[in-house]
Design a protein around this ligand. Structure first.
Ligand SMILES: [Zn+2]
Length: 265
């Protein structure tokens, strides 16, 4: 399972480098969201023929409406610390989102309790995927971390319209225009920590957390989500620039199915 998640995620991350491999996962689009689980890979035998089945039958899917659950703050939770450093990343147009892949030697990550999960990539959705009482935010940022045994933790930050964001502009300015293209080596100095909300203590973040999944096919579960309780801003013009790459690249809220949401607020 863990290997499967890692392999799937790797395929998402590296699609740009392998044009048409024999094992390329089937194409999907946001228009097809209601039938992601039924998309077939006709080249594969029956047990493997529906590689995105989890999107349709999974019971712990993401995103969710954060107002649908009672938020429990009584339980002691792991301390969450974003330990990101300056990097020279790859700017990657995935075909579904604009994404920044950290370099091979990047040592930063998300420390959950005592464990540091390396930051692999970050990407953006428009509008937000997580919603609150049905309310969508203009956009959402996901920092994706994967540890050695394949466990995934995603740090989500909702984005409001407001002051221009210089770090976000660096991403827009260096992003290749065409699907599957990567700007690598970019030689652009970029610190993911500068995308965190201003005024938060990166060494002890306030968050909501729940168990969920990847929000794009194959929708693999076993992903731990951490959603910050503070937002960041980009300007209205920057949102338009982002939409000129991708818009409406957000999965709709999925059923909570008895999951609880915990908070360290
Ligand atoms: Zn995402």
């Amino acid at each position: 399972m863990k290997t499967k998640i890692l392999a799937s995620l790797a395929s998402i991350i590296f699609t740009g480098y392998v044009s048409i491999a024999a094992s390329a996962p089937p194409h999907w689009s946001y228009d097809e969201e209601p039938i992601w689980g039924a998309i077939e890979d006709a080249a594969l035998p029956v047990p493997l023929r529906y590689p995105y089945a989890e999107c349709g039958i999974g019971q712990h899917q993401s995103p969710v409406d954060l107002a649908d659950a009672k938020i429990v703050s009584a339980k002691p939770l792991n301390k969450l610390s974003a330990q990101y450093k300056t990097d020279t990343p790859t700017f990657f147009n995935t075909g579904h989102a604009i994404q920044v892949n950290t370099s091979k030697n990047f040592a930063g990550g998300l420390k959950v309790g005592k464990e540091l999960l390396p930051l692999i990539q970050l990407h953006f959705h428009e509008p937000s995927e997580h919603v609150f009482g049905g309310k969508k935010f203009p956009a959402e940022l996901h920092f994706v971390h994967i540890n050695k045994d394949g466990r995934i933790a995603v740090l989500g930050v909702v984005i409001n319209i407001g002051k221009e964001n210089a770090v976000f502009q660096t991403i827009l300015d260096n992003m290749p225009r065409h699907e599957g293209e990567a700007n690598s080596p970019s030689r652009v100095r970029f610190n993911p920590a500068k995308l965190l909300p201003s005024g938060v203590n990166a060494a002890n973040l306030k968050y909501l957390t729940l168990a969920g999944s990847l929000t794009t096919p194959p929708c693999s579960e076993g992903v731990q989500w951490y959603i910050l309780t503070k937002s960041i801003t980009i300007s209205a013009d920057q949102l338009e620039q982002m939409k000129s790459f991708y818009h409406d690249n957000a999965r709709s809220a999925q059923s909570l199915n008895e999951r609880s949401i915990l908070s360290n607020q």
